[in-house]
Ligand binder design. Structure first.
Ligand SMILES: [Fe+2]
Length: 367
C-alpha cells in the first residue's frame, strides 16, 4: 500500500563545496594535493581552493588557515533560481537569520545561515562551471579535467557529516527535512526512540548530509567530509600511501551498514576527519522510501558492517577538537607517539624525536 507522502520538493540539489579550517595550511595542502591528488585552482587571502578531477564546478574544497580545525561552511546548489528563492523564503519564514553574500569566488549570490546546531550552510544557484586549461583537459568529454598523476586522486566531493549535540539531532533532522527538503534515508535511534544519527539526501544517493550525535555534547562540529572514488581498490591503494607517509587511518577500508558504502576514515594533517568512498553503496529510486531505522544496540553495526571495530572515539572526536578523557586512546591526536606507546615500543618520546618521526613521514609537526 502506497504511503500518503508529503509532496517532495527538489529545490536543494547537491553538495557543491565545503570550507575546512586547518591550523597547518601547508601540511593540509600537501595531503590534499599529493595523497588525494586534488588540483589547486585559486588562492585568496588565507584560503586555497581545490578540486577533484570530476567535480563539475570550479572547486569542492576550500582550505583556510585558522587557529583550530573544523568546518567553515558547506554550500549546496539549488535546482534553479526560483528554487533558491523558495528555500530562502522558507528559511526566513522559519525564523532563521539569513545573510546574503556576494563576491563569492566561482559562484553567484549565496544565502548563508546556520542549521539548528550551529553548522554554517549556504545555498546558491549561479555557478561557474570548470573549464580545464589545455594542459589539464581530459580526452573524455564527460570528465571535467584530466585524471591527475598524483597520489590516488579523488573524483568528486560526496557528502558531509555534521556532528550534532545528541539532544539536537532529532530536531535538526526535522529542520533539514521540512525547511530544506531533504529525504530521511536511514537513522540510528536512541533510547527515547528519537534519532541519534540520520542520513539525508536530495538525490538517489543515501546521503549528502549526515547528522550524528556528539557524545562530548559539542555543537556545530564537523565529523567528516567525504570524497568519492567509485572504485573500492582505490581504498587499498590510498591506504598504502597513508601508511607510508604517516597519515593516520582511523578505520577501514570497511563496509558501512548504513548506505552499504565501502569506505575508510583518515585524519588529514590539520586534524579534520576525511572519509573516502570506494563505492557509494545502494541507490534509492523509490519516491516514498521508508526511513530505515536502526536500533540503539545496532549503532556499531550501522557504522561498520564489516572490516574492523568501531573506534572508541568515533562518536567523540570531531573538529574543532574538545578535550577528551579518551585522548590517550585517540590515535588522531598524536598518531605516531600513541601507536608506538600502544605497542610498548616507547615509554616516552622526546619532542625532538617526535619531530624527527614526523619529518621521516614527510609531514611537518606544529610546535
Ligand atoms: Fe560519511
Amino acid at each position: 500500500m502506497t504511503n500518503v507522502a508529503q509532496e517532495p520538493n527538489f529545490d536543494v540539489h547537491q553538495l557543491s563545496h565545503t570550507e575546512l579550517f586547518t591550523p597547518v595550511l601547508a601540511d593540509s595542502l600537501e595531503f590534499f594535493t599529493k595523497i588525494l591528488g586534488m588540483t589547486v585552482v585559486h588562492e585568496e587571502g588565507d584560503s586555497i581552493y581545490l578540486r577533484g578531477y570530476e567535480d563539475v564546478y570550479q572547486y569542492s574544497l576550500i582550505l583556510t588557515q585558522a587557529e583550530e580545525a573544523g568546518m567553515g561552511f558547506s554550500a549546496f546548489r539549488t535546482s534553479s533560481q526560483p528554487a533558491l528563492d523558495r528555500r530562502v523564503a522558507a528559511l526566513k519564514e522559519a525564523g532563521v537569520e539569513v545573510e546574503e553574500r556576494t563576491n563569492n569566488y566561482g559562484y553567484g549570490t549565496s544565502y548563508r545561515f546556520k542549521d539548528l546546531d550551529g553548522h554554517v550552510i549556504e545555498l546558491f544557484w549561479e555557478v561557474e562551471k570548470y573549464k580545464a586549461p589545455d594542459h589539464l583537459a581530459s580526452g573524455l568529454g564527460n570528465r571535467a579535467q584530466r585524471k591527475p598523476a598524483r597520489g590516488v586522486p579523488v573524483r568528486r566531493i560526496d557528502h558531509v557529516n555534521l556532528m550534532t549535540h545528541p539532544d539536537m539531532v532529532h530536531k535538526n533532522h526535522e529542520f533539514w527535512r521540512d525547511v530544506l527538503g531533504f529525504r530521511v534515508r536511514e537513522g540510528v535511534l536512541n533510547d527515547k526512540d528519537e534519532f541519534f544519527a540520520t542520513w539525508l539526501s536530495v538525490s538517489p544517493l543515501v546521503h549528502e548530509v549526515a547528522l550524528m550525535g556528539d557524545e562530548l555534547g559539542g555543537h556545530g562540529r564537523l565529523h567528516h567530509l567525504a570524497f568519492w572514488y567509485g572504485m573500492p581498490q582505490h581504498l587499498n591503494d590510498v591506504s598504502e600511501l597513508c601508511v607510508e607517509h604517516g597519515i593516520p587511518i582511523e578505520a577501514g577500508p570497511l563496509k558501512h551498514g548504513v548506505s552499504q558504502a565501502l569506505c575508510m576514515y583518515i585524519i588529514e594533517p590539520g586534524g579534520n576527519r576525511i572519509e573516502l568512498f570506494g563505492d557509494s553503496g545502494y541507490l534509492i529510486f523509490d519516491p516514498d522510501w521508508e526511513t530505515v531505522k536502526w536500533a540503539p544496540e545496532d549503532a556499531a553495526k550501522a557504522i561498520i558492517w564489516f572490516g574492523g571495530e568501531l573506534p572508541e572515539t568515533y562518536f567523540r572526536y570531531g573538529t574543532p577538537r574538545i578535550e577528551d578523557e579518551t585522548d590517550e586512546l585517540n590515535c588522531y591526536f598524536n598518531p605516531i607517539k600513541n601507536s608506538l606507546e600502544k605497542e610498548d615500543m616507547a615509554i616516552h618520546i622526546s619532542k625532538e624525536r617526535e619531530k624527527q618521526l614526523y619529518e621521516t613521514f614527510n609531514f611537518k609537526v606544529k610546535d
